[in-house]
Design a protein around this ligand. Structure first.
Ligand code: GRF
Length: 203
């Protein structure tokens, strides 16, 4: 099968990037990670990309002073690398319409809660503070409404009696490392489409 070329956006540890790198190396994912872009120069995800011989560009805070210009650079870099889809794997910057129009229904985001609950950058802590008994993870297409784009896949994760926010977080990350690669493989198999009503269909 022809491999799907993906570009990955990171801001931090990059453990989800690593899950994609490992899945591709193991031959489980029909993807080629053609480019990584980090929103921060100190993100550990940069090292992960380098170790895997993936071209990586690191932005800094100044690069985002003009958000539209930053996203234009991102689109240029990703297109030059041949990226067909973008995956936001712990990317902590909002993407502007510049990216969303260039990659319409082709920007995938990972969110550590069951959307539409607990949007925003502190979803795990917010779910913990709310005392919910079930939380989870969501993989969705990004659109112009923050954390509200078409949902591709979700997994529920129970909050256990003896959990701390840290043990819950660890289970959430474990689940992310399974679900994100599964979704990316569905994309590679061209099984994901968005209906006119803005819902995702998986064939
Ligand atoms: C993940 O929990 C993701 O859901 C959130 O940021 C975290 C990224 O982790 N948006 P990593 O950088 O992939 O390790």
């Amino acid at each position: 099968m022809e491999k799907l070329k993906i570009g990955v956006l990171v801001s931090g540890s990059g453990s989800n990037l690593q899950a994609l790198i490992d899945g591709a190396a193991a031959g489980e994912l029909d993807i080629d990670i053609v480019q990584v872009i980090s929103s921060r120069p100190d993100a550990y995800g940069i090292e992960r990309a380098q170790k895997a011989d993936i071209p990586v560009v690191a932005f800094n805070r100044d690069a985002y002073a003009d958000r539209l210009a930053a996203d234009e650079r991102i689109v240029d870099i990703m297109r030059q690398a041949g990226a067909e889809y973008l995956v936001m794997a712990g990317y902590m910057r909002m993407v502007t319409p510049v990216i969303l129009r260039a990659y319409e229904n082709r920007v995938v985001n990972l969110h550590p809660a069951l959307l539409p609950s607990f949007v925003g950058a502190h979803a795990i802590q917010d779910a913990w503070d709310a005392g919910v008994k079930v939380t989870g993870i969501t993989v969705h297409f990004a659109n112009e409404e923050y954390d509200r784009g078409p949902i591709i896949a979700q997994r529920a994760i129970p909050v256990l009696e003896d959990d701390t926010v840290d043990t819950l977080e660890a289970r959430i990350h474990e689940a992310e490392h399974e679900l994100l690669p599964q979704v990316v493989q569905l994309l590679a198999e061209q099984r994901v489409s968005v209906t006119a009503e803005g819902k995702v269909r998986i064939s």
